[in-house]
Design a protein around this ligand. Sequence first.
Ligand SMILES: [Mn+2]
Length: 432
Amino acid sequence: MNHTLRYHPLPAAFYQANRDKLAARLPAGALVIVHANDIYPTNADGVLAHHQNANLFYLTGIDQEETVLLMHIGEKGEHDDILLLRETNEKIVIWEGARLSAADASALSGVQDVRWTDEYNALLAELVPAADSVWLETDNHPRRFTYVQTRNERMAAALRASYPDARVESIYALLAEMRLIKTPEEMVQLRRACEITGAGFAEILPRIKPGMGEWEIEAELSAAYIRRRARKFSFLPIIASGADTCVLHYISNHKEVQDGDLILLDIGAEYGGYAGDMTRTIPANGKFTPRQKAVYEAVLRVQRYAMSIMRPGLEKAEYERLVRVHMAAELVQLGLLTQEEVDAAPGNPLCVRRYYMHGTSHSLGLDVHDVGSDTKCFAVGQVWTVEPGIYIPAEKIGIRLETDVLITADGVEDLIPNAPIEPADIEAAMAK
Ligand SMILES: [Mn+2]
């Protein structure tokens, strides 16, 4: 275990290989510049916890603010890499705590040439005019929306101002294509994130009772995750009871759980930079009502069906359509849709959106909504969530069941087999 890290880091060879793969996709004479994410302010002298830029982490394994990776691409994919780190010394350690030494950073990333960030401007003055093209990190995720400028965006603007003749390109698409396929090394981290996600839920499930605050469930889960060396939740956890099970992004977790209500937990642990993402829906008092159980089993059948058809070569859009067709039949069985409504468009029954208004799967990795939302076809090595749901606000029933799967040569592997999902298993665990 590296003394600066809570998690077991991947070998430096993984990050070296990622830089090799990126270099092989770039033209000779290219210069790559990737910055860490900023530490974002709150008020006064307060700040939020640092969350590393996923692409910088993917290329270096360095989980520290102000870090910069520079790659100069030569002929045939050769590359010279420089890692710039925030300076540390004994005096800085006393005030700010440990930062990576140059030797630490080399051992983690495999980059031999490690310097302090005070060389940044001088390096740019030397490297940018000499480069044929400058490749910068951008975040082109289609659902990204923010008023806040990232460090990469700010540095890009400064670079364009200082070097107006530089030909600037984006490495987003190249890295997205690489990150979409998980390597065996990454799967070690992602499996651990998923394992912690499931194990923490299984641990606290017997302790959930009516009268408990949703926040208390959140607190128990947080402890169960962090005890297992997760840094934190991989996203703000949704612990929604009663009618709020139908609110897709409920995160206030402020109500007391009522006897007879359902509780929807959309939760995930972050381990080593990778995100787990799981949803379970449980009866607060430990026993599903017949109606809750009927809807639950319908959602579970849709999830099983989705997992049974997901395989390499299947188009993502076709998969989502097939799941909708299956969901339509379940909604008719539950008396929520009529056969006539479904028969109006049996091949693509968009009427299911009345009760199931989100997609079934998103890719997962360093980000919870990872690269690859424009994926055309499933392929071996991709990791996807499978998360159908049925939401009936009038009945205070919102049920979503979500697991994470790795696409293999002939289907999928469930990455969260350790979290109870069969209604009987949930009821048995809660009866303990
Ligand atoms: Mn999800």
